[in-house]
Structures are given as C-alpha cells and as structure tokens.
Design a protein around this ligand. Structure first.
Ligand SMILES: [Zn+2]
Ligand SMILES: [Zn+2]
Length: 356
C-alpha cells in the first residue's frame, strides 16, 4: 500500500510502498478515509520539542523506530478484523474513527482509562506505531475504534486529536456559567474549544490569535471577545478582560500555542484561583512571577490530548450537531509535505486532512 513515511528526522516525508502484516488476534485493519494534519506531526518530523534554554526533548525517545508513518487523526472504514475481534459488535465496512493514544495497557494510567498519560511503553499511532498517512492502518485492538456513522471521514478524523484535546482541556478548566475563559490560538483545536465552552458550559469566551481571518471565524463560532495580539499590547488585553469580567482576571486560560509569549500572557490574565492550562507544544521556557502563584491561588496545568471515552463523547457531540467539525480543505496523500509546510507557516485555517 502507499504511505508517506518519515525516514530521517528533519527530512521531508517520502512516498513508499509498505507491506501490511496479517491482522493480529484482536486487531483491525482500517482503510483510511482521511488523516488530519496536526501540529504534533511537525514536532515528530523535526525530531525534538524545544524545552527552552537550548534544551531539547527527542520526539522519538519514547520508542519510535524509523521509518515511521505519521498521522494520528484517522477515520475510515474497517477493512478486516482479527479472528478474536468479532465479539466487539463491529463489522467489516463499519465507519469508524480511531483512538490513536494507545498505551501499554498495564500501567496505573492505562488501568484508569487515561492511556494518553501512559507511564509504560506507549503505542501511540503515528508516533510509535505506523499511523494514518497511508492507505491502511493497523489498530492493535478493536476497542480503539469508535463508530462514526453519519460523519464523513474528513469530519471525523480530527476528533481523534484536535477534538478530544479541546474537550479535555475545556473540562480541566471546570468552568461555571458566566465564567470567563480566555483561549489563546484559534486554529484546529481552538475552533472546537470555542464551541465546547459556549455550548457545554455557558461560559463567556475570549479568543486571541495573530490572524484576523481566524478571529473572524472565531466570532462566527460564538466567541464573545476577540483580540489580535499583534495589534493589541498584552497590558491592554489584560485591561480589557478585566473590564469585561467585573474587574477580575480570567477564570481560566487555555494556551493552544505554547510559547513563552503566549504562556506569559496567559498567566498575566489569570484572576484569583484562575487556572492556566498549557496545551500547545510549540515550545520554549517560561518565567513565572512566583509570588503571584500563592497570592492568586492560581494553578498551572498541562493537558495532552484526551481519553478513549472522551473520543466517544466528541463523536456523539459532532453527530448531534452540537459541535461543527472544522475542516478547512482536503488534499491528496502525496501532498503531505506541502500541507505540513503550510501548517508550519500558519497558512491552514481549521484542519487540513489528507485523503489517500
Ligand atoms: Zn495531534
Ligand atoms: Zn500504560
């Protein structure tokens, strides 16, 4: 089958023919209908996360072996099931979205259903195992397939990362109605988070980005306040948020970018007992004005993707039309390198998907 593969860190992906193994006992082979292109793919390909102060964390240190097929936002149809997979109730031909954050299955986090925080040998599809930039993908157990009938593959694929990351990060804010949540970054994840915050929590939503078109889109999705942080200085953003929130800082901030500049803005925006949730992996370090943590009783937390049960919830929200999946455009699989380059330079609105 055709696949776009990472053969060396920092190099463009290469089109290759890959043989599929026989389907293991409880596994499934999914014919890929669409594969979302995510910022994390850029980190995987570059080979490192930037930890700040010149320090790097290898993205393949977790057990990736090259060559590797990236792609963790995968939707399609079940092509074949392993001999032990029949009891799942799923059938060949079913439309599914794949949960890619597959853990070791044995550690405490996996046992608690939080495989995205697996402490053992992670098997994340598109990172440690071959992913969806291919005609087919092997999913090691059918339980990682969520039925997605009623959604097209381009609509369903981004739910596996962008969708559950939005859901999980909004949940971690523990918003109450009339709270003000400030979202930094109106890209693929932020666009879903705006809708979730508005429709599932009734909070007021402020959004910052550096692109007016993305902010206009954010307003269309229900954002109450938008800020272009190229045009408005941080201190003015802070002042306007306070004005909008009865003199208080934001009740929660979610940073979908993850740079020193966005994280510092996020921290400055917090009110008493405010929560800053770091999600984006663009990278760098952060200096905190330490007395403000105790004085505000503030919290800084991190969120990495979401759980299998959250994927089922997201699929349900999308099928019922509560959340409109945000897909910008579909491209042929072989255009993967060009799409990744556009994403790196901020040229993708919503989510781009590859169609094998
Ligand atoms: Zn992702
Ligand atoms: Zn585990």
């Amino acid at each position: 089958m055709r696949a776009m593969r990472l053969v060396a860190e920092g190099r463009p992906l290469r089109a290759e023919a890959v043989d599929l193994p026989p389907v293991p006992e409880h596994a499934a082979i999914v014919k890929v209908g669409a594969a979302g292109v995510c910022h994390s793919d850029l980190h995987l390909i570059s080979g490192a996360y930037d930890l700040g102060d010149g320090r790097k964390l290898s993205t393949t240190a977790g057990g990736a072996v090259l060559p590797l097929t990236p792609g963790h936002e995968i939707a399609g149809t079940i092509e074949s099931l392993g001999p032990g997979a029949g009891a799942s109730g799923l059938r060949e031909g079913d439309e599914v979205v794949v949960y890619p954050w597959i853990g070791c299955g044995q550690c405490r986090k996996c046992a608690a259903g939080r495989e995205n925080q697996c402490e053992g040998a992670q098997r994340f599809l598109g990172f440690m195992r071959d992913g969806g930039y291919a005609e087919r993908v092997v999913v090691p157990d059918v339980r990682y397939l969520v039925p997605a009938k009623g959604l097209t593959s381009p609509q369903a694929a981004p739910l596996g990362c962008a969708g559950i990351t939005a859901l999980s990060s909004v949940r971690r804010c523990e918003l109450r109605p009339s709270d003000l949540v400030f979202l930094i970054g109106a890209g693929g994840v932020g666009s879903i988070a705006i809708q979730l915050a508005k429709k599932t929590t009734n909070a007021r939503v402020a959004v910052a980005d550096v692109d007016d078109a993305k902010l206009e889109h954010a307003s269309g999705l229900g954002a109450d306040y938008v800020f272009n942080t190229v045009k408005v200085e941080a201190k003015d953003v802070v002042a306007q948020v306070k004005r909008a929130n009865d003199g208080r800082g934001a009740d929660a901030v979610i940073d979908y970018v993850g740079t020193p500049r966005t994280a510092s803005l996020g921290f400055r925006l917090l009110g008493h007992e405010g929560r800053l949730v770091e999600v984006g992996l663009v990278g760098g370090g952060m200096t905190l004005p330490l007395p403000m943590l105790p004085l505000l009783g503030a919290e800084v937390l991190g969120n990495f993707t979401g759980t299998l049960s959250q994927l089922a919830e997201m699929v349900d929200l999308a099928r019922r039309g509560v959340i409109v999946p945000v897909v910008s455009r579909s491209y042929p699989l072989e255009d993967a390198n060009a799409v990744l380059e556009q994403l790196e330079h901020g040229g993708i609105r919503g989510r781009a998907v590859l169609i094998p």
